[in-house]
Design a protein. Structure first.
Length: 238
């Protein structure tokens, strides 16, 4: 936790906020802060600033918080991702959020096991929890906009073009394709399929929406490995 991420319900009055149990444990046991000490904090979807410990009483901690800065600019990259295995999804959401990706669609694919869409891990509160962990890691406050698209064809035909908007549309796919570009500063929408790759039908539909196939080498990578590697190649990370 590199940032105390404050939720609106924690606000008491004025500059005063009360930390939750997990934050109290971190401040007391990990950071070792006492009354009068300071650390970085931020308000969800708001500004960042300095938090000062005001009181520590009966395992309850109250802080004063003063805004002094905006979070880093979001990464100019939108992610269209075939729904990964549930255990992998947790790590991927944390990583994507910590990298600064603010627009994510989790979409179905023929090679995505139907049971993945039934997992409790897709509950909104659990998805939000993982993205909050990514924000705390990266010292960011802006939650990504996350969309679930359990039906591939309707989303691609009816919604994808508008959602992707302007900018390049890149499709990561193994094969004899041009190498992925690097160090882009323009907006990019990146489509990453399941570990077995997109089907020919899915590739064709995405190409009709302006996506261009690019290779990322001959190795077949896990999605959790491919995502940060691709983002690091494509974008200029601040």
């Amino acid at each position: 936790m590199n940032l105390l991420l404050l939720h609106p319900h924690q606000h008491l009055h004025g500059d005063l906020w009360r930390l939750d149990d997990r934050q109290c444990c971190h401040v007391r046991d990990i950071l070792g802060l006492a009354a009068g000490d300071a650390c970085r904090a931020g308000i969800i979807n708001g500004k960042m600033g300095k938090a000062r410990v005001e009181t520590i009483e009966n395992s309850k901690i109250e802080i004063s918080f003063k805004e002094d800065s905006h979070p880093e600019a979001p990464l100019a990259l939108s992610l269209l991702l075939a729904l990964p295995r549930p255990k992998m999804l947790k790590r991927i959401l944390i990583d994507a959020t910590s990298l600064g990706i603010k627009r994510i669609v989790l979409i179905n694919s023929w090679k995505v096991d139907k049971s993945y869409w039934q997992t409790p891990n897709l509950k909104a509160d659990l998805l939000r929890e993982k993205m909050l962990l990514g924000l705390e890691q990266a010292r960011d406050t802006t939650l990504p906009d996350l969309i679930l698209a359990p039906r591939f064809k309707p989303f691609v035909e009816d919604d994808l073009d508008t959602w992707a908007g302007a900018g390049r549309r890149l499709l990561a796919h193994p094969g004899d394709y041009p190498a992925m570009p690097c160090d882009l500063s323009e907006p990019v929408t990146l489509a990453i399929g399941p570990e077995g790759g997109w089907t020919d039908y899915e590739v064709g539909m995405l190409q009709r929406q302006g996506f261009v196939c690019h290779s990322f080498g001959s190795r077949i990578l896990r999605v959790e490995t491919a995502l940060p590697a691709l983002v690091g190649r494509l974008m200029r990370l601040s």
